[in-house]
Design a binder for this molecule. Sequence first.
Ligand SMILES: N[C@@H](CCC(=O)N[C@@H](CS)C(=O)NCC(=O)O)C(=O)O
Length: 216
Amino acid sequence: VLKLYSYWRSSASYRVRIALHLKGIAFEYMPVSLIQDGGQQHAADYRALNPQRRVPLLVDGVFRLNQSLAILDYLESKHPQPSLVPEDAQLRARMWAFCHTIAADIQPLQNLGPLKYLTREFGASDEQKNVWVRHWIERGLAALEEERRSEPDAACVFGDAPTLADCCLVPQIYNAGRFNCDTARFPRLYAIAQRLCGRPEFIAAHPDKQPDAAPA
Ligand SMILES: N[C@@H](CCC(=O)N[C@@H](CS)C(=O)NCC(=O)O)C(=O)O
């Protein structure tokens, strides 16, 4: 059985959890606390598995893979049904552009390690860090919203069935909520994510439902 090293609040892990549930793939949840002991991602045993010292990490037998988008691609290749990737070449490419905007342009600027570095090296306060995070999330999601505006509204980001874009969108909207972003800057994407969050696969993948979730 596949093992997923994950942290309940990690948005990159959340992307992979959604895809695993949508595809109905069984997996073992391996918690890595990014908080306890100064961050268990830095512990020698985890570092030996993943020198990047981040989650998620997928382990399939002796095969280990980090980077959520690479993991999503691997899952799609190994478990093609139900497909989470559009068949049309242009739509597929645009779906990847959407995923990369979240994974490469937005999430890294709100990631725990870089935020801690801002405090340690530059004395940034919590409020300054929140202003920073809100700026980059709102800018990124507002631009994605603008791109989608010329397309007909649908249940999911690209049409009526979930794709990898939705696996990336829902965790990013969750983070927008955590940081009190102005969701009025991306109403359509917000509404898509809200609707998807009611589906059983998305409920099962939600941070609060994970074995390592902190009590409310
Ligand atoms: N681009 C990576 C990002 C991975 C990442 O940044 N993970 C975060 C949690 S969402 C992490 O492990 N942070 C720990 C740290 O920064 O020390 C991916 O998509 O998998």
